[in-house]
Design a binder for this molecule. Structure first.
Ligand code: FES
Length: 107
């Protein structure tokens, strides 16, 4: 398990244990975290799993693939450096302690 912290737009904090090999989106969905909708179920085709990664974690995440980058154009209030689609981040031990902020709303 890897600890991931999801912070809602209203500041409410959720610390969740996410299993290795699953995605950050699945960790939120499976724990009922408000703010991640994931309408496409993780197929990188909806942009409703958008979250903003805390600054200190940006460089530790795998690089965005072109499909994720393209889909982020449809997300609400993105930040070029911090925005990610959480279905595209697979959890492993290097991400233990990851912190993300959820947007005010999804696309
Ligand atoms: Fe649809 Fe991530 S769940 S793009």
């Amino acid at each position: 398990m890897v600890k991931v912290t999801y912070i809602e737009h209203n500041g409410r904090v959720h610390d969740v244990d996410v299993p290795h090999g699953t995605t950050v989106m699945e960790g939120a969905r499976d724990h009922g975290i408000p703010g991640i909708e994931a309408d496409c179920g993780g197929a990188c085709s909806c942009a409703t799993c958008h979250a903003l990664v805390e600054q200190s974690w940006i460089a530790k995440l795998p690089a965005k693939q072109p499909m994720e980058q393209d889909m982020l154009d449809f997300a609400y209030q993105t930040d070029p450096a911090r925005s990610r689609l959480t279905c595209q981040i697979r959890v492993n031990e290097t991400l233990d302690g990851l912190v993300l902020r959820l947007p005010e709303r999804q696309a």
